[in-house]
Write a protein of this length. Structure first.
Length: 200
């Protein structure tokens, strides 16, 4: 039996041994390369990939933070624009109010507006009596009792003129009496309040 095996081994061609030697050498090189790759290169690359993934996650978080800040800045910019528009509207209203509410140093101007406009409307003002002022905080109410001689139509026109003055004035009350039985002239009492800004 051993003799037969020896015959078989002896009949193996030397070329075949060389081929097997090359294949075995290739397999050994492949095993060594695989060992080196999985032992040294792969863990290094895995660490590099993990590090890159962490950096990408951090970069994504930073981008999200920057986007949030940009959106907040845009909202703030819009709020500032809206506030500027509202401030301009309020300044316009304040300017209008200041024109309609003179300070208490301008009482002579108020009296002038009441009396001068009366003559042009067919109204004869017989007296203007200032009443005690009332403090309303930032404003003061200056009431006046005005005695007039007028006709019905001209009295209505005078009331309308008072209401359309650029100053803030309010007609509180009025009384109308006929001067006498034969005349169309009326004796009227007009109670008027002008509002002015208190001087500080």
């Amino acid at each position: 039996m051993n003799g037969e095996l020896l015959k078989k081994f002896s009949s193996i061609d030397l070329m075949m041994l060389k081929t097997l030697k090359k294949e075995a050498l290739g397999a050994i090189i492949l095993v060594v390369f695989s060992f080196v790759f999985f032992r040294f290169i792969y863990p290094y690359n895995t660490r590099q990939i993990s590090s890159l993934e962490a950096e990408m996650t951090n970069a994504g978080a930073e981008i999200d933070r920057i986007n949030s800040e940009m959106q907040a800045a845009e909202r703030l910019g819009k709020a500032v624009t809206d506030a500027t528009v509202n401030l301009n509207i309020l300044e316009g209203r304040l300017k209008d109010l200041n024109e309609r509410l003179p300070s208490d140093k301008h009482v002579s101007r108020i009296l002038s507006e009441i009396s001068e406009n009366g003559f042009s409307k067919g109204v004869r003002i017989t007296s203007i009596k200032p009443m005690p002022a009332e403090d309303k905080g930032e404003l003061s109410r200056l009431p006046f009792q005005i005695s007039l001689e007028t006709r019905y139509t001209s009295f209505g026109n005078y009331l309308e003129m008072i209401e359309n003055l650029p100053r803030l004035m309010v007609v509180d009350n009025f009384m109308i009496e006929q001067k006498d039985d034969t005349s169309l002239i009326l004796n009227s009492q007009l109670y008027l309040s002008a509002y002015v800004l208190n001087a500080h």
